[in-house]
Design a protein around this ligand. Structure first.
Ligand SMILES: *[C@@H]1O[C@H](CO)[C@@H](O)[C@H](O)[C@H]1NC(C)=O
Ligand SMILES: *[C@@H]1O[C@H](CO)[C@@H](O)[C@H](O)[C@H]1NC(C)=O
Length: 502
């Protein structure tokens, strides 16, 4: 379009400009053209991002009747006395073509957690199969942890603009001059948690760059327990070219451009999955007519937000939302509870487990081995199956033990309850109560819960000048009755929901 005349045309143009009537026509036409161009521009920009389904996905009634099979072979074996190698020989390696595992860690993290992760959930992955992203380049066993914070857009390293990055730069310096971990005083100054949020978007970019076009990417952390058999079964039922973002829903930012609609993100701890379609939607950049990128990378674009936000998982949710991808909440398949803290009840007894969070290092390794003896060909492992690991509710009362206060009510001396025995009595009187917990000495609190939890050892604690000790009990009859009545004839696969939450 010759809106801007070339020099050779200027003489002619001079004559042209003399004619006032023609000028008016020209201006009219120009105005019309501009209006049309403006409308086209607006339409294109309104169409992107696609309006996400609002306010999210509703839970469909009933359960999905997915028929799935295990790809492990043999599907199960007695794990007693078996080595990791023996167990991993049954791992369905071909499923790595379906799901790319991506483990995020930090150099400063507790190494027992990392070791437990590599001895359980990640034990069957070879170094060329698992991606490990960290805040420092280092060799871990035979894996190479990649410093995902190196090579970010320059603005990230501007200490005035983004002061928290100083923790990363200091760690790098200490590593380079050989004092990291050796000089404890200096190492203590590195706050690894505070830079964790910067890893979330770059890890998605890098996973795509290193392993492009995988149908699904599964992002998890050192203390995430992942049941790969269930992941493979479940993700096999989805079209990877549809933008899918799934995980355990947490409330995120409000979208001011859409009536302050509340958005959701996947809590990073229980892990999250992205389909190829979702990664593409997230990483899409504007391109100039000659092919050069004209827009920023996703890491660059969202730095102004990340630098002042608490957590990286919420930023992933928000950026996906802004690219037209809303979270599909799959709690409790993605469960923020640890194994010892699962509140077993009627609520999701017959549903499959995909992930757990903050399971103890010891439990991670033990339940992982145990799983090899439990797997079934035609149905995934359910909460009902995992109950068998700790068998909560079958034990006698336990001193110095805390079975928790999830889904519970509290009472005390004001209600005439001033001892462990009185607390037990109160539980027995309440038909919905299945376990109780007495917080004694100075505290005097009776906790009555509606779900069976294993819980954990808890020694007496002093807070200010007050002491508290913990004693737990379970009503075994109610557990037996419940288990007899609740046989899992159908696998209760749930649909996506952001109203069914943790
Ligand atoms: C690491 O690799 C070496 C050489 O391939 C191999 O012999 C060794 O068993 C591996 N170690 C682990 C922990 O996988
Ligand atoms: C290593 O780097 C840190 C941080 O800059 C510095 O404080 C320390 O003195 C250095 N140590 C050596 C041995 O160079």
């Amino acid at each position: 379009m010759a809106l801007f005349p070339k020099p050779a045309e200027t003489q002619q143009l001079g004559l042209f400009l003399l004619n006032k009537r023609l000028i008016r026509i020209f201006l009219g036409v120009a105005f019309f053209v501009l209006v049309v161009l403006g409308l086209v521009w607006r339409q294109q920009h309104d169409a992107l991002p696609v309006l996400p389904p609002a306010p999210g996905f509703d839970e469909p009634p009933g359960f999905y009747p997915y028929e799935t099979v295990s790809d492990y072979w043999p599907v199960s074996l007695d794990p007693t006395g078996k080595s990791t190698q023996d167990l991993c020989a049954t791992f369905p390696k071909h499923m790595l073509s379906l799901v790319q595992p991506v483990l995020k860690m930090g150099h400063g993290e507790d190494r027992t957690k990392l070791d437990a992760q590599l001895d359980s959930v990640s034990a069957c992955f070879r170094p060329d199969e698992l991606l490990i992203f960290s805040d420092l380049d280092e060799r871990i066993r035979n894996f190479t942890a990649i410093d995902i914070l190196a090579g970010l857009p320059p603005k990230y390293y501007d200490l005035e603009y983004n002061p928290d990055i100083g923790n990363y730069l200091l760690q790098k310096e200490l590593s380079q001059n050989g004092t990291l971990d050796k000089d404890q005083e200096a190492t203590k100054k590195v706050n690894g948690w505070i830079i964790d949020r910067f890893k979330f978007l770059p890890q998605i970019e890098r996973a795509w760059l290193m392993r492009p076009n995988k149908p699904f990417y599964f992002f998890y952390e050192t203390d995430t327990y992942v049941v790969w058999d269930t992941v493979y079964r479940f993700l096999s039922t989805f079209d990877p070219d549809v933008p899918i973002y799934m995980g355990s829903p947490s409330p995120g930012r409000h979208d001011s451009s859409r009536d302050n609609l509340k958005t959701w993100f996947a809590n990073g701890g229980p892990g999250f999955a992205l389909s190829r379609g979702a990664v593409k939607a997230l990483l899409r950049r504007d391109v100039a007519p000659h092919g050069q990128y004209s827009g920023p990378t996703v890491s660059e674009e969202w730095l102004p937000l990340i630098k002042d936000e608490c957590c990286g998982d919420s930023v992933v949710g928000w950026t996906l939302w802004n690219n037209g991808v809303a979270l599909q909440g799959y709690w409790p398949m993605f469960n923020p509870h640890p194994l010892h803290g699962i509140p077993f009840s009627d609520r999701y007894w017959c549903q499959p487990i995909m992930t757990l969070h903050k399971t103890t290092p010891k439990d991670m390794v033990e339940v992982w081995k145990w799983e090899f003896g439990q797997r079934k060909f035609k149905r995934p492992l359910l909460y009902a199956d995992y109950w068998n690991f700790h068998r909560p509710g079958t034990s006698d009362t336990l001193d110095n033990w805390d079975n928790g206060d999830w889904d519970a009510s509290k009472s005390g001396p004001e209600q005439g309850i001033d001892s462990f025995e009185k607390c037990e009595e109160a539980c027995k009187k309440d038909d919905s109560c299945v376990q109780w917990n007495w917080r004694g000495r100075d505290e005097k609190v009776c906790v009555l819960a509606r779900s069976f939890r294993y819980g954990e050892k808890r020694e007496p604690e002093q807070r200010d000048d007050k002491w508290v000790d913990y004693k737990s009990g379970w009503i075994k009859d109610r557990l037996d009755k419940f288990r007899q009545e609740r046989q899992c004839e159908v696998v209760e696969w749930v649909g996506p929901s952001i109203t069914r939450v943790f």
